[in-house]
Design a protein around this ligand. Structure first.
Ligand SMILES: Cc1cc2nc3c(=O)[nH]c(=O)nc-3n(C[C@H](O)[C@H](O)[C@H](O)COP(=O)(O)OP(=O)(O)OC[C@H]3O[C@@H](n4cnc5c(N)ncnc54)[C@H](O)[C@@H]3O)c2cc1C
Length: 474
């Protein structure tokens, strides 16, 4: 069916903007979650909001599903295409349209790479704060869809805190602007909706002033527990670092093998703590952080002497996901959240799961906001190893839920975690969320099959649930 749209799209977008060659289509068969694959029926590369809208309208007229894709670095299969659908790739929409430093904002197209926003304004002393570790390649459109986070989101907040407006092609092909204003917070509903409520074609982002001072510490600990205790002590002292990241021994081993970051030998865990802000405040808090780390048991502390040194410290952390490829043929990047105070208990639980199953788990995480990224390692050539890794991965999410956490912190639900949603939400919760989706996309053609375990069309369920006087839903 999508193939039949190819000619129409060639006429509207130009011949170079439509891909239907089976070999070239394979390039788009997955995102960063490579064990889910589907060759798209058709790929289009629009260059404007009007072209995106034309594609969406044609898909809706033909009853063909469509999926937006930015850079394809998503780790939950959000941009997994449909074999019976059209993949709308934003990589040709890469213009920074406006920079307004007086109002600390920029307007960008969705395919703009995250780091390029910072590069464009750094000479003037500004930057774009949300910094996923994939920031050299991921797109702002993808960041909006996933409400992406990053190491510095502990202090500065997630993407949602830095997006002021989005131009959106709605699932009926209209171009509208969602922004700050009276009435329902539709922008809030759109950010983090994983490409299911429309396609953003223009984003107004907030620019942040570069801090006066930055200090970065690498602290090595004899155990994960002592490193966790240092995190609690720092936050408990009322200090809000720009970032607090933790890596355990296996993650350090992988990072060393990949990028030779020179982390202290013999560390069972390292913390990267970064403070930024006005010089006197940073100096005072940094001294306190160093003291608290020492009291918690840090046996070595290294302070970045300059930007090059700082970059090397961060290189180990930021390369950690990819680095794990050095010590394992395959791995699952898990993403769960727990209250910070539950860190020691949950990490002990993950260790227990790993020992009992024989499946190795490396831990890299945004310790400051309790966002875990256990990397579950396996050999995909070994029969049953993938399934065992999946089981451990699911058990880790159960552990997060049992401790009052969540099945995703920043990578989204996508296809990967749709099956875990009922572990966290009741059927009524899921129905209510799908009523929102149906309000935007009645025919359920915009990135269908993502987020919800049992997708429902608006004509059937979700039904409107009414509250009874005793609070029961019926
Ligand atoms: C090595 C590595 C490190 C990572 N580190 C982090 C991290 O620190 N923090 C973090 O949050 N994530 C991280 N990620 C995950 C990923 O980079 C983010 O989710 C990122 O926001 C995805 O952007 P993308 O352009 O690649 O989007 P894609 O993967 O192309 O798409 C992601 C989702 O966005 C939707 N989408 C894309 N463009 C649009 C649009 N214009 N309108 C509407 N929907 C759209 C897609 O349909 C899909 O559902 C990491 C990934 C890798 C591979």
């Amino acid at each position: 069916m999508p193939r039949r749209l190819a000619e129409r799209f060639r006429e509207r977008l130009g011949p170079d903007s439509v891909i239907d060659d089976p070999v070239r289509l394979r390039t788009y068969e997955c995102d960063g979650l490579t064990y889910h694959r589907a060759v798209p029926g058709l790929v289009v590369l629009p260059e404007s909001a009007e072209e995106v809208a034309a594609v969406v309208r044609a898909c809706v007229d033909a009853g063909v599903p469509y999926v937006a894709r930015g850079s394809g670095t998503g780790l939950s299969g959000g941009a997994l295409p449909r074999t019976d659908g059209v993949l709308i790739v934003t990589s040709r929409m890469r213009r920074i349209l406006e920079i307004d430093l007086d109002n600390q904002r920029a307007v960008v197209e969705p395919g703009v790479i995250n780091l390029d926003v910072t590069k464009a304004v750094r000479p003037q002393g500004y930057y774009y704060a949300p910094d996923p570790s994939s920031q050299q390649i991921c797109s702002i459109g993808g960041n909006v869809a996933e409400n992406s986070g990053g190491a510095h989101c502990l202090k500065y907040g997630f993407t949602a805190n830095h997006v002021l407006a989005c131009e959106v092609v709605t699932p009926d092909g209209e171009i509208v602007t969602l922004g700050d204003g009276p009435g329902y917070d539709l922008l809030g509903a759109f950010i983090g909706s994983e490409g299911t409520l429309g396609i953003t074609t223009k984003i107004t982002v907030r620019l942040t002033r570069a801090p006066q001072a930055v200090e970065t510490l690498l602290a090595a600990f004899p155990s994960v527990e002592t490193a966790g205790a240092a995190v609690s002590a720092i936050i408990g002292a009322g200090i809000v670092p720009a970032a607090v990241e933790m890596m355990d021994a296996l993650a350090i081993e992988a990072a060393e093998a990949a990028v030779a970051c020179g982390y202290p030998a013999g560390a069972a865990a390292v913390l990267v703590v970064e403070l930024d802000g006005p010089e006197p405040e940073v100096a005072d808090q940094f001294a306190r952080v160093r003291r608290l780390c020492a009291e918690a048991g840090a046996f070595e502390q290294r302070v970045a002497r300059d930007d090059a040194d700082r970059a090397l410290i961060w290189k180990g952390r930021k390369s950690a996901f990819a680095a794990v490829g050095r010590i394992s043929p395959a791995y699952i990047v898990q993403d769960g959240v727990i209250p910070r105070t539950a860190l020691p208990e949950v990490l002990a639980g993950i260790d227990r799961l790993s020992r009992e199953s024989g499946v190795r788990v490396a831990n890299v995480f945004h310790a400051g906001d309790g966002n875990l990224h256990p990397l579950v390692l396996f050999d995909d050539a070994e029969e049953g190893a993938g399934e065992r890794a999946e089981l451990v991965s699911g058990a880790i999410l159960d552990l997060c839920i049992r401790h009052g956490g969540s099945i995703t912190g920043e990578h989204g639900v996508g296809v990967d975690k749709a099956r875990y949603m009922p572990r966290m939400f009741t059927e009524a919760d899921l129905d209510t969320m799908q009523m929102v989706r149906c309000a935007f996309d009645p025919p359920n053609l915009c990135n269908p099959g993502k987020v919800f375990p049992t997708p429902r069309l608006c004509g059937e369920v979700p039904r409107v649930r009414k509250g009874s006087p005793d609070g029961e839903l019926f």
